[in-house]
Design a protein around this ligand. Structure first.
Ligand code: ATP
Ligand code: MG
Length: 404
């Protein structure tokens, strides 16, 4: 049997909700483990969780566990027979597999719940520690802050478990433990990162994308589907609502002065998003705005746009610099997709000099020129809903390869 020990981190401070958080996390681990096509046991204990399986490699499971929110750190734990020689040999094998640097130190910590085992914890530490010291002359013992910590647990059952060092988890809270929000997903760099951050914080999400064919290329929608697929690697399969926005854009182009068009367009996006949010029983709208980045993201602009709704609008990137956003995009695998050149509806209809300080009264009088209720209702009625999971990425790559 193979095992990974998972430490919850922040969720362990959640008092009576703890069970709920643990269940969400266990469900997510089970769901993500489907990939390995074998039975995986997930056991929630008070301070940690055990994931146990037989066949798949440790590497495969480590990759799966690293992309699940709500885990602070985890340790692969190796099962061996309960005999001191076997334990010592496994310890040496584990150290042989890591990249030991000059100046590295180590410590062995043994725990024994089987009091009948022939050696006590102190003996085990001394024997195994001594063997490691002999086998790796460049490693010195350091008890306070060792570079590598080997933990040995002698259980009541027939086996002993060894683990060397922890891996960092994704942090955050278990997926789906913090309510549900609708992400306004463009094809840009920012909104996928906003989505990622809220998923990491435990929110279940669905995507809303506005597209304006034939002004926008089908490739722009393709890009948004790929971003959704990439984001689903951190959650569950994700729903994407593709809202046809052409009629709204044309109405704005024909009736609203260029400088104010962006504000009106954003207000209509928000009205549509809010209605879809209610239909989907979500509680918030999430976008990728960052203060001062573009004209629609000044405080004045944001408050005039925000005026159409009381719904909480979450802006996880509000205080984030573009360089940080780009870095995160590279880390989570959305950078290359966002970097594809196809433009979305906002870029295609972008005014040459949008107002950074729109006036609410002016905007409202301009909106009177449009039949907003009908435009909104029509867009919602024609919205397409699709579900996308990570297999979409490999499938679209295969299609591409066939074309070559
Ligand atoms: P992004 O990189 O996410 O596109 P941006 O810096 O280009 O952001 P804007 O184009 O002003 O900024 O968009 C601000 C936010 O509005 C986006 O982060 C996104 O949440 C939302 N948004 C913009 N265009 C669309 C669209 N076509 N469909 C859905 N949401 C959109
Ligand atoms: Mg954009």
């Amino acid at each position: 049997m193979k095992r990974i020990v998972i430490h919850y981190g922040e969720l362990s401070t959640k008092g009576r909700n703890r069970k709920y958080f643990q269940t969400r996390l266990a469900d997510h681990i089970r769901y993500k483990s489907r990939k390995i096509n074998e039975s995986v046991k997930v056991k929630a204990l008070h301070d940690f969780m055990h994931v146990e399986w037989e066949m798949a490699s440790y590497e495969t499971m480590i990759e799966i566990i690293s992309n699940i929110p709500g885990i602070s750190r985890f340790e692969p734990s190796y099962q061996v027979d309960k005999a001191i020689d076997v334990i010592t040999q496994k310890a040496i094998d584990l150290f042989s597999d890591i990249d030991i640097q000059a100046g590295d130190t180590f410590k062995v910590v043994a725990r024994r719940s089987d009091k009948n085992f022939e050696y006590d914890s102190y003996d085990i530490q001394r024997i195994v520690g001594g063997a490691i010291d002999d086998a790796f002359p460049m490693l010195d013992v350091e008890l306070k802050k060792p570079t590598h910590k080997l933990t040995i647990s002698i259980h009541q059952e027939d086996f002993a478990y060894l683990s060397l060092d922890s891996y960092p988890g994704m942090q955050g809270l278990p997926y789906g433990s913090s309510g549900k929000g609708m992400v306004l997903l463009s094809g840009g760099f920012d909104s996928p990162i906003a989505a990622y951050l809220m998923m990491k914080r435990g929110m279940e999400i669905e995507m809303i994308h506005f597209s304006s064919p034939p002004y926008t290329n089908p490739q722009a929608l393709e890009k948004v589907k790929k971003l959704t697929a990439q984001l689903s690697t951190f959650g569950m399969p994700l729903k994407l609502h593709n809202v046809p926005f052409t009629k709204v854009q044309e109405a704005i182009r024909d009736h609203v002065h260029d400088n104010e068009s962006m504000t009106v367009m954003r207000r209509i996006m928000l009205r549509i998003a809010e209605q879809i949010m209610h239909e989907r029983k979500a509680q918030a709208i999430i976008n990728g705005e960052s203060l001062g980045q573009v004209a629609s993201q000044t405080l004045t602009s944001m408050s005039v746009i925000n005026e159409v709704t009381n719904t909480p609008i979450l802006r996880p990137l509000i205080a984030t610099d573009k360089t940080q956003i780009i870095q995160l995009a590279e880390t989570i695998g959305t950078y290359d997709i966002s970097n594809e050149p196809y433009e979305d509806c906002c870029t295609v209809f972008a005014p040459s000099s949008p107002h950074t300080k729109p006036k609410l009264s002016v905007i409202k009088s301009l909106e009177d020129l449009l039949d907003i209720d009908t435009l909104v209702a029509e867009a919602i009625a024609e919205t397409q809903l699709m579900t996308i999971d990570e297999s979409y990425l490999t499938d679209s790559i295969q299609e591409f390869e066939e074309l070559l």
